[in-house]
Design a protein around this ligand. Structure first.
Ligand SMILES: C[S@@+](CC[C@H](N)C(=O)[O-])C[C@H]1O[C@@H](n2cnc3c(N)ncnc32)[C@H](O)[C@@H]1O
Length: 284
């Protein structure tokens, strides 16, 4: 099914509904206990956040979900403003912040969409995050570009901006490792051509746009953005849940492999093949 203006709102509602109904699972998604492959996404993202974030200040977590990153950054001493389309995720985040004694750090929570950040001023934030694919869930190119403009607008000049999205090419590995029964399905051809995956396939995963690395860079390219890095988050660990489990049993090997994984994470040949990729830039 092509994504048209007529079904865009329906698609957006379905995406939001999915996250409304899976708040707790989303919160636990990035933990070691849940899945080491998703933990790699978190581990690698945190590595780059530590590398590029300023020492302090106020961070916008746009598409925060239930707040895995917001709460971690609040715990590290940052002030955080969290925004998400799914109300349940925002309520969950508020509850967790209270329980962890972090409510003073989570300054504001907003139910809203990254395509329209008009409740925020220009140049308001010391850093802007849009992590784990909120941009991928916007199924229209024009609106993805609006979101990119908005994420940059609200960042202070010189502030880092971090955006991670789902990859198109990694799905080819997904068809090998997980979804072999779907590789002959009619939707695969158009998905590989335009990157628009429309629910319900892939074991029920909701609608998303799969990016190629050059497309993600192009979405932000312009006079207000200097790209600093484009990196893979799961890298060679993409869809390798079982091998990661085996490796994790030996802590020395696991830690050595994690170092290798991060060391090669910016290699262009790995970035596009990773389930998620992270673009890091600075507002100019
Ligand atoms: C996979 S979750 C990522 C959550 C969190 N950033 C993380 O990395 O764990 C994607 C989130 O994007 C949100 N989302 C999807 N489309 C959005 C939009 N247009 N504006 C704001 N949030 C959106 C969903 O509600 C969901 O919470």
């Amino acid at each position: 099914m092509a994504v048209t203006k007529h079904n865009y709102h329906k698609i957006h509602d379905e995406v939001r509904e999915t996250y409304q109904n899976h708040t707790r699972a989303e919160f636990h998604r990035l933990t070691k206990q849940h899945n080491l492959k998703s933990y790699l996404e978190f581990y690698t993202t945190m590595h780059y956040l530590r590398k590029y974030l300023p020492k302090g200040g106020t961070i916008l977590d746009a598409g925060s979900g239930p707040g895995r990153y917001s709460l971690e950054l609040a715990r590290m001493g940052y002030h955080v403003v969290a925004l998400d389309a799914a109300e349940n995720s925002i309520r969950f985040l508020e509850q967790r912040a209270r329980r962890l004694g972090l409510s003073d750090k989570v300054q504001k929570t907003v139910i809203g969409r990254i395509e329209d950040l008009s409740i925020f001023d220009d140049n308001q934030f010391d850093a802007v995050l849009c992590l784990g694919g909120p941009l991928s869930h916007i199924m229209e190119k024009r609106l993805r570009q609006n979101a990119a403009r908005e994420l940059l607008r609200v960042a202070k000049t010189g502030a880092p901006v971090f955006v991670s999205v789902m990859s198109l090419l990694a799905t080819v590995k997904g068809f090998l490792k997980l979804f072999q029964n779907e590789v002959t399905a009619p939707y695969v051809k158009s998905f590989m051509e335009d990157g628009d995956y429309v629910w319900p396939h892939l074991y029920g995963f909701t609608h998303f746009h799969g990016f190629k690395p050059e497309e993600l860079s192009a979405t932000f390219a312009g006079r207000h953005f200097k790209q600093l890095a484009l990196v893979s988050l799961e890298g060679y660990g993409s869809y390798e849940t079982e091998d990661l489990k085996r490796l994790h049993r030996n802590k020395r090997r696991w830690n050595a492999w994690l170092r290798l994984h991060v060391a090669v994470s910016a290699e262009p040949s790995i970035v596009g093949a990773s389930e998620h990729m992270l673009l890091i830039g600075r507002k100019t």
